[in-house]
Design a protein around this ligand. Sequence first.
Ligand SMILES: *[C@@H]1O[C@H](CO)[C@@H](O)[C@H](O)[C@H]1NC(C)=O
Ligand SMILES: *[C@@H]1O[C@H](CO)[C@@H](O)[C@H](O)[C@H]1NC(C)=O
Ligand SMILES: *[C@@H]1O[C@H](CO)[C@@H](O)[C@H](O)[C@H]1NC(C)=O
Ligand SMILES: *[C@@H]1O[C@H](CO)[C@@H](O)[C@H](O)[C@H]1NC(C)=O
Ligand SMILES: *[C@@H]1O[C@H](CO)[C@@H](O)[C@H](O)[C@H]1NC(C)=O
Ligand SMILES: *[C@@H]1O[C@H](CO)[C@@H](O)[C@H](O)[C@H]1NC(C)=O
Ligand SMILES: *[C@@H]1O[C@H](CO)[C@@H](O)[C@H](O)[C@H]1NC(C)=O
Ligand SMILES: *[C@@H]1O[C@H](CO)[C@@H](O)[C@H](O)[C@H]1NC(C)=O
Ligand SMILES: *[C@@H]1O[C@H](CO)[C@@H](O)[C@H](O)[C@H]1NC(C)=O
Ligand SMILES: *[C@@H]1O[C@H](CO)[C@@H](O)[C@H](O)[C@H]1NC(C)=O
Length: 829
Amino acid sequence: MESSIAILVLLLVSLHIHNIHTAEIDIISALQFLKEQDTLVSPGGTFELGFFRPGVSENKYLGIWYKKIPVKTVVWVANRNAPLTVASLGVLKIVRPGNLVLVNGTDGITIWSSNTTSSGNAVAKLDDMGNLVVIDEDQKHIIWQSFDYPTDTLLSGMKLGRDLLTGREWHLSSWKSSEDPAPGEFTFSVDTNGYPQNILKLGDTIKFRSGPWTGVWFSGASTSNQHPIFTYNMVINETMLVYTYNLVNNSVVSRLTLNSSGELQRSVWVEDSKIWLLTLRLGNTVCDPYNICGAYGTCTIVNQQRCSCLNETKFVPRNQESWEKADWSGGCVRRTPLDCKNGTDGFIKYSNVKWPDTHSSRFNKSMSLKECEAVCLKNCTCMAYANINLTGDGRGCLLWFNDLNDVRVVTEGNGGQDIFIRMASSELEAVTQPVFKNRRTNNKFILLAVIVGLFFIGLSSTLFWYASRKRHYAQPIVDRELFQIYESQKEHMELPLFSFSIVSQSTASFSLSNKLGEGGFGIVYKGVLEGKEIAVKRLSMTSKQGLDEFKNEVICISKLQHRNLVKLLGCSIEGDEKLLIYEYMPNKSLDMLLFDKTQSKVLDWTKRFHIIEGIARGLLYLHQDSRLRIIHRDLKASNILLDLDMNPKISDFGIARSFGGNETQANTERVVGTYGYMSPEYALDGLFSTKSDVFSYGVLVLEIVSGNRNRGFVHTKHDNNLIGHAWRMHDEGRSMELTDSTLDEPSDPSKVLRSIEVGLLCVQESPEDRPDMSSVVRMLSGEGALQKPKKPAFFTERNLPAGSDYSSSATNYPTSSTSGLTVTHVGAR
Ligand SMILES: *[C@@H]1O[C@H](CO)[C@@H](O)[C@H](O)[C@H]1NC(C)=O
Ligand SMILES: *[C@@H]1O[C@H](CO)[C@@H](O)[C@H](O)[C@H]1NC(C)=O
Ligand SMILES: *[C@@H]1O[C@H](CO)[C@@H](O)[C@H](O)[C@H]1NC(C)=O
Ligand SMILES: *[C@@H]1O[C@H](CO)[C@@H](O)[C@H](O)[C@H]1NC(C)=O
Ligand SMILES: *[C@@H]1O[C@H](CO)[C@@H](O)[C@H](O)[C@H]1NC(C)=O
Ligand SMILES: *[C@@H]1O[C@H](CO)[C@@H](O)[C@H](O)[C@H]1NC(C)=O
Ligand SMILES: *[C@@H]1O[C@H](CO)[C@@H](O)[C@H](O)[C@H]1NC(C)=O
Ligand SMILES: *[C@@H]1O[C@H](CO)[C@@H](O)[C@H](O)[C@H]1NC(C)=O
Ligand SMILES: *[C@@H]1O[C@H](CO)[C@@H](O)[C@H](O)[C@H]1NC(C)=O
Ligand SMILES: *[C@@H]1O[C@H](CO)[C@@H](O)[C@H](O)[C@H]1NC(C)=O
C-alpha cells in the first residue's frame, strides 16, 4: 500500500517535471505569450529574453542576455523596480492597443508596461543586436525599443546622450547590487550643458569625466585604448548630442558596463577560455577622480607630488599652506591677475591637455580659431578657447567660461589637445632666455659661450659637409639645428642645464651599484634628482664621437616630444664631462625582458602587441610627424625602454639623422648600426632611408613575437636566421608556431598573425616593397588591407657577399648590457 503511494507520488512528480518544458519563441503577439519558462530568441540566436533570478535572489526579472555565452550576462532588465516575487508567475504579452505588458499571471496585475499604442496589430521581437522592439505591423515601424531604456550596459548600436527635439535622454545606471538590478547611485551620461562630455556620477557628484569629444576621440583619453574592433561616433548637431559605438566585426562580443561599485569597464568575451576579459577600465587611475587638483591644477601619475599648477611659473596654489599638506582642492590661481577691462589680456597655448570641464562652455562649429580667440577676448569670463576639429578643416570653436576645472596635462598617453588659456599681458612676453633654460643662476654666460662655440663647430662642419658632398646627403642634425636656433630667436630649446656636481651626487658619484647599462658612447647610471628617479648617461670623455653623439642627442631629442620616445630632461656640460639626463624607465630595456626566459612571461600578448604598436607610432612620429624628419638608424631591442606601464620608448638618438624636404634616401661612408637589424642596402651599400628603419622595425616585431633574437637564432632543422624561420613558418601556414612558447595562447591570435605579416613585410629585400610607418600603424590597427609578404631578405652574416670584411674591420661598441652590438664600419663603398 505504502509503496504504491510512493510510486504514485513519483509518477506525479515526474509527470509534473515533464510538463515544464521550455519553449523558444521568436515573436510575441496578441496570440503568442511569453511564459516564465519560455524564452524569446533573436533570429541569429545571439540574444535571448526571458525571466531570470540575479545571484541568490528569489526575485524574478524579465531580462535580455547572450544566448551563446555560458556565463549568464544580463544586458537589459525590464522590471528593474518591480520584481516578480516567488509567489508570482510572470507572463509577457501584447495587449490592446499595442502595449507590451508584463503581468503577474497569478493575479493578472500589470507589473511593467511599454505604455505604447499602435494603429494596427503590434508584435514584439528581439533582434541580434540585443534590442527588444515593439513593431506596429500596419505602419511597419518601431513604436518602442529597449535600446531607448538602457540599464547598466551599453551595447553596440545603443545611444548615450540626448535628443534635443524629443527631450529623450539615454544614460547608464548601475544596478544596486549584483542581486538587485534596481537603479543604483552611479550613472554614466552625456553632460549636454555646453559642449557634450561623458560623465560618471555618484548621485549628483561627478566622480569622473571623460574628456570632451575632439572629432576623433575623447580629449585626454589615452589613444592606446582605441580598439580597432570598434568605431566610435559622436553626433553633435542642433538636434542630437549622442555617443555610440559600433563593432567592426559582429562576431566579436563586447559590452560597456557600469558595475554596481561604479566602475565603468569594457569587456570582450574570449570564447577559448570562456571568460569576459576586461579590456578597459575607465576612471580608475589616481589622476581620474574629478577635479582632483582643483582649478588650473594638473595631476601626474608618476610623481609623489600628485598635483601641481598648470604652469608653476604662471600659476600659484590658491592656498599654499593646504597645498603643501596635500590638500589640492583649492586649486591654483594666476600669479598675475587678469586685467580684462584694459583689454590687454592674451592667450598662452598649452599642449597635451585633457580639456577642462565643458559644463560652462559654448561652441560654434563654423568659427575659425582666430574668430574664436577674438570672441573669447571680448568676454571677461571667457578663460580659454580651443579648436574642436569637428569638420576636419580646422574650424570649430570651443569657449570656456569661469575657472578651468578638471584640466590635466596628459603625460602618459598621447590623447591631449591644445588649449589657449587667458593670461595677463605681462605673462605673455616672449621669453628671451638662451637656448638652454637656465636652472642654476650664473651659467648663462658660460652657456651662451658654449652655444656659440657649438654653433661655429656646427657651422664649419656644415660648410665642410656641403663642400664635400653632393646633393641627396642628409645633414647631421646638429648643424642644421644650431643654424636654426641662431637664425630664429623664437626657436627655444627649453632644456634645463644641471651642474655636474649635482648630477654626480644624484648618482652617488657614478657608483657601480647605480650602473644601469652601457651604451655605444657612454655608461648609463640611475640617479635621484629633486626626488625624481632619473637615468644619467655619462659620455665617454675622450671620443670625438662622444661629442657628436652628445650634440645629436641633445638637439634631436629635446625637440622631439612623443609618448613613445624617451624624454630628455636635461644635460650638463662642464669641461670634458658631458651628461645627458633622461626620465628613468623602471622596466629597463626590452631586450632584458624579452630574451630572458624567466622574465619574458611578464610580457604577455597584450603587452607585446602594445609594445609593437607603440614603437610603430614612435617611429612614425620620427619619420613623418615631427618637424625634423628623422631616421633613427639603430633601432633594436636594447634601444627600446619600458616605463612603469610597459609603454615602449625609443631611445638612443646618437646616430640618428635628420632629413630635409623631399629627400628620401641618403648615403653614408660610416655604416653605423647593429648586426641583425641592418637592412641589406644599408649594410652593403651604406644607403639609408626611412625604409632602413622599417627593416629594423620588422626584425624587432619578429623578435617580440617569437621571443628570440634575429642574430644568433638557431633552429634544429635549418640554418636560417629568425627572419628566414619566420618566412618558412608563414609560407607553410604555420605562423602561430613562431610565437613565444613560454606564453599562454594569445586571446586574439589574429593580432599575432597580423604582427607577423607586418614584420615580414617590413623585412622585404627591396626597400620599395617595405611599407612606410603610417601603413604599418594602419595595418596593425586592422585598418587597410595587408599585402601579402614576399620572400624577405634572408640577411645573415652567413650569406654576406664574399670579400665582405665586416667582422674584421668593424669597431664594436657594446651596448646596454647584452650582446646586441653596435658597429661602426668605415668605408663600406
Ligand atoms: C502576484 O500575485 C500573487 C497572487 O495574488 C501575489 O501573491 C504576489 O505577491 C504577486 N506578485 C507581485 C510581484 O505582485
Ligand atoms: C509606463 O508608465 C508607467 C506609469 O506612468 C511608468 O511607471 C513606467 O516607467 C512606464 N514604462 C516605461 C517603459 O516607460
Ligand atoms: C543630427 O544628426 C542626426 C544623426 O546623425 C541626424 O539624424 C539629424 O538629421 C541631424 N540633425 C541636423 C539638424 O543636422
Ligand atoms: C570576424 O571575426 C571572426 C572571428 O574572429 C573572423 O573569423 C572573421 O573573419 C571576422 N570577419 C571580418 C569581416 O573581419
Ligand atoms: C566592479 O568592477 C571592479 C573591477 O573589475 C571590481 O573590482 C568590483 O568588484 C566590481 N564590483 C562589483 C560589485 O562586482
Ligand atoms: C611655463 O611657462 C614658462 C614661461 O613661459 C615656459 O617656459 C614653460 O615651458 C611653461 N611650462 C609648461 C609646463 O608649460
Ligand atoms: C589699465 O592700464 C592703466 C595704464 O596702463 C593702469 O593705470 C590701470 O590701473 C589699468 N587698469 C586696471 C583695471 O588694471
Ligand atoms: C557661429 O559663428 C558663425 C560665424 O562667426 C556665425 O555666423 C553663427 O551665427 C554662429 N552660430 C551660432 C550658433 O552662434
Ligand atoms: C560672456 O559669456 C557669458 C557666457 O556665455 C555670458 O553669460 C555673458 O553675458 C557674456 N558677457 C558679455 C559681456 O558678453
Ligand atoms: C583636423 O582637421 C584636419 C584637416 O583639416 C584633419 O586632417 C585632421 O584629421 C583633423 N583632426 C581631428 C582630430 O579631427
